[in-house]
Ligand binder design. Sequence first.
Ligand SMILES: O=C(O)CCC(=O)C(=O)O
Length: 271
Amino acid sequence: MTSFPTFTAEQVASFQEKGFLLVDFSLDEKLLDAIVAKVEPHYDQEQFRQRRNGIRIQDAWKQVDEVRQLATDSRICAALQQLMSRKPLPFQTLNFPIGTTQLAHSDTIHFSCIPKGYMMGVWVALEDIDQDNGPLLYYSGSHKLEEYSMKSLGLGPGHANYSGYEQCIQQVIREKELKREYGLMKKGMALIWHANLLHGGAPQNDPNRSRHSQVTHYYFEGCKYYTPLNSRFLRRQYRYPFWIPETPDYVLPEAQPRFSRWFKRFLKYFK
Ligand SMILES: O=C(O)CCC(=O)C(=O)O
């Protein structure tokens, strides 16, 4: 991976202060267009037709190589490496064709690690995003708040309690009078967020428009990874991610012999 410094000291300071950074990586427009065109047939067509809330594809990189290429883009990875001083490891992509209206949350509820803090999201606008097609929303500086967990919010673990988590975060936003900002971004712009930044999706004022975007979630090398949402005291639910490969000549774990999968997982556990 290239290791050139990408950001100025001011940009790094701004990221540390605000918890996000808007960046123009000069991404190839043809690549972005190919992602939109090639991912579209993979959405659940009924949901897509009805513009159903929550429509998305997780890990479309397995079907559409351009999604993988964007997730592993060397400029993005070099930038993340500069911010965290560790090698970034992309492990999940999400593609959205319309606004998500997702309530504010911090990624630390889904993705955490030991040591803490080695996780980031990069949201790329695959078309122009304005106030009317459901921009990303976020609360500048909110990454400095405590890392809220299900336990610290008085909730039980598990997805069944996730809406309780969202309501608690809405209350935190009100109590702390956090100021909402929107990711109004030209096609090709990227927004990097800190794992603990509160963010979500704004409603789409114009229901006839699309809002194509891709988020890639990155962990960083040398950590143990787990899912706080599903963890209990002394019973962490560890993750053993398959890192999105830098080249297309990969073999997915599900295509590998079962013994070799188990053995690799066994080795990872003791790392
Ligand atoms: O794209 C959006 O509207 C929100 C995405 C989001 O919150 C996430 O990927 O965690």
